[in-house]
Design a binder for this molecule. Structure first.
Ligand SMILES: Cc1cc2nc3c(=O)[nH]c(=O)nc-3n(C[C@H](O)[C@H](O)[C@H](O)COP(=O)(O)O)c2cc1C
Length: 326
């Protein structure tokens, strides 16, 4: 198999582990990379020291390429995360930049010999990525777990528009957890996928078992969006706490009033410590497709093996259509 996502990242299967606050540690990243995908150590949820340690963990567990994810917010290139990336540039293949304007960072990261992926949820984000020299654009739809674009564009509509607007290789993110999702993404113009939620429910992920169980139990209507009242989108699993925050948001609180409920510590309390009365859990809509906790290798093998089966269905459908047209 050959395509530009595989070439840029030096991997076997076009499956990227999305950066995941608290969840994306070195062990999970290495498991994804060892299974032929592209693992990523997340900066979010790990302070600078721990971020550096997790890069070292990943490097000690795999000799395959892996990357790191930085939610840039209002950071500058002088932020300690970027000093760490520079110091470890030989271990890291690519940096993905989300949650902010990536333009000031791209050329510096490329000078350090790194590939740059930018995450966005509009056509404009993709055009900027291409114009400012990113190597790959991650097109993230509203189905995705965690914080994503406030424009709330779903992947099915957004991805073909992005593919029409740029020449850059694209990986699709949001709602993908199996072979059908990957094939759909390829059909809509992507050359790879980025997956978050499915990897949380893996043996290697540091998520608390309560979190993994919630994902296995979740059905189609079990995610909700928090933080709309402050102009943001944060997709989480429906829990009592999440419902309480939603109620609070009806009173249009200020950011300062809402912050104690939505900050990272509240996420960690539930995601890592398993205390569902203290915090909330990020999840994409694809949680409804997760039936069991598996090893990362089994998750990736299922996707790859399923590609052929589903591709045969698509080919059979096209042959039928050709018969009808004749
Ligand atoms: C637990 C969790 C934490 C996330 N944290 C980040 C993050 O720190 N930075 C980022 O760019 N994206 C983050 N995301 C988004 C993922 O990188 C990825 O794009 C998304 O999960 C893909 O959609 P899916 O969850 O439907 O697979 C997070 C997603 C989840 C589920």
């Amino acid at each position: 198999m050959k395509n530009r996502v595989l070439e840029v990242l030096g991997i076997s299967y076009p499956i990227i582990e999305g950066g995941m606050a608290f969840i994306g540690d070195g062990k999970l990243a290495a498991a994804v990379s060892n299974s032929g995908g592209f693992g990523q150590v997340a900066a979010a949820g790990h302070g600078a020291k721990e971020f550096e340690r997790q890069i070292e963990v990943a490097a000690s567990l795999t000799d395959k390429p892996f990357g790191v994810n930085i939610p840039i917010g209002r950071m500058t290139i002088d932020h300690p995360y970027f000093h760490i990336i520079k110091a470890h540039k030989r271990k890291i293949k690519a940096v993905s930049l989300g949650a902010g304007d990536p333009r000031p960072f791209i050329s510096a990261l490329k000078e350090w010999g790194l590939k740059v992926m930018t995450v966005g949820g509009t056509v404009k984000h993709a055009i900027h990525a291409e114009r400012y020299g990113a190597d790959l654009f991650i097109c993230e739809g509203f189905e995705a777990g965690g914080r994503n674009s406030p424009y709330e564009l779903t992947l099915f509509s957004l991805l073909p528009q992005v593919a029409k607007a740029v020449q850059l290789p694209i990986a699709a993110a949001g709602g993908i957890s199996n072979a059908q999702g990957v094939l759909a993404a390829l059909a809509l113009g992507a050359e790879g996928v980025q997956i978050g939620t499915r990897f949380i429910a893996s043996h290697e992920s540091p998520a608390h078992m309560e979190y993994k169980t919630k994902l296995v139990e979740a059905k189609d209507m079990d995610t909700i969006v928090l933080e709309r009242s402050i102009g943001r989108v944060n997709r989480v699993i429906r829990t009592n706490i999440a419902d309480e925050i939603l109620e609070l948001e009806k009173e249009t609180p200020s950011f300062e009033q809402l912050y104690p409920h939505i900050n990272g510590l509240r996420n960690k309390a539930a995601a890592i410590d398993g205390n569902l009365n203290e915090g909330w859990l990020h999840s994409g809509q694809s949680a409804g497709l997760i039936d069991s906790v598996e090893s990362v290798q089994d998750i990736i093998e299922d996707i790859v093996n399923g590609l052929t089966i589903n591709e045969q269905k698509v080919s059979a459908f096209i042959s039928e259509l050709e018969n009808v047209i004749e």
